[in-house]
Design a protein around this ligand. Structure first.
Ligand code: NAP
Length: 259
């Protein structure tokens, strides 16, 4: 049997691309998933040459209703011991009344439905291999965020879903699968440009995708924390949220968004 593979969704750019590079540097075979086939093929060719690993490319729109099933079919009998459930996007920042309903629906399909269905689809494989599941949430998951209302709510889903799954697995099979909700703050990727938003116009502190992934990879080695928040500032901010009421936390988030 060949060495196991790690699946990375949203691998064509940003945080997912950095995950693919970091896993490849550890000689991990990879399955790369996103819509842009050309970018995935370029990355795959580079990683094969640099690290002598096997890389499969599966171009796919994960927002489609059959995405998780199609991904399972395309992965076939490759042994999977890691899933980085990372693909996601946000609708343009702004008041809810200005959100385009169709785009919000697409965002929910990708950020919530695909994340949950991909996690569930590969759970048996991860149990079998005592593997790792990383669901990429966001620091926006910890409080209501005015002007990013729908996006932050999708990430609250990912955070709660992941923590609940982790608790279930701890009961049935302690330590078998390592489950992490990764909660980055603002990260310098094309995520902002894609949502027609400018991170510079917010009061968020910004990290690089490399730093976010380095924190996640370190946590994956230790296999302890189920919620991973990159950066000292963000960890302190999360602690502070415990002392605020929910309306106060929402008001502070509104100021930070600065819309
Ligand atoms: N950047 C931030 O400030 C930030 C902060 C917290 C959390 N996050 C989360 O981190 C994750 C990665 O974001 P990022 O910053 O790396 O964004 P990014 O640079 O825009 O990358 C997003 C990735 O997702 C893929 N993708 C988008 N829609 C897809 C679809 N329908 N089907 C399949 N793949 C799709 C994109 O590739 P294609 O276009 O080729 O499909 C791309 O590879 C997201 O879940 C995001 O919510 C980001």
């Amino acid at each position: 049997m060949s060495r196991p593979y790690a699946i990375v969704t949203g691998a064509s750019e940003g945080i997912g691309r950095c995950f693919a590079q970091a896993l490849a540097a550890q000689q991990r075979n990879l399955v790369l998933v996103a819509r842009n086939a050309e970018r995935l093929e370029d990355l795959a060719a580079d990683l094969r040459t640099r690290h002598a690993i096997e890389v499969r490319v599966i171009p796919m729109d994960l927002g489609r209703a059959t995405a998780a099933r199609d991904l399972m079919r395309d992965v076939g009998d490759l042994p999977i011991d890691c899933v980085i459930n990372n693909a996601g996007f946000q609708v343009p920042m702004g008041p809810v009344r200005e959100n385009d309903p169709a785009t919000v629906r697409d965002m929910i399909a990708l950020n919530i439905v695909a994340v949950a269905e991909v996690a569930q689809a590969f759970l048996p494989a991860l149990v079998k291999t005592r593997g790792t599941l990383v669901n990429v949430a966001s620091h926006a998951a910890f409080q209501p965020v005015p002007y990013m209302a729908a996006y932050a709510a999708t990430k609250a889903y990912v955070l709660h879903y992941t923590e609940a799954l982790n608790a279930e697995l701890a009961d049935s099979n302690p330590g078998a699968v390592y489950v992490m909700a990764l909660c980055p703050g603002a990260t310098q990727t094309r995520f902002w440009e894609r949502s027609a938003s400018k991170v510079e116009e917010t009061r968020f502190s910004v990290m690089s995708p490399e730093a976010v992934v380095a924190t996640a990879m370190s946590a994956m080695r230790k296999r302890r924390r189920s919620v991973v928040i990159p950066g000292v500032v963000l960890n302190l901010a999360t602690l502070a949220l415990r002392f605020g009421t929910r309306p106060l936390n929402a008001a502070i988030a509104k100021r930070l968004v600065g819309h």
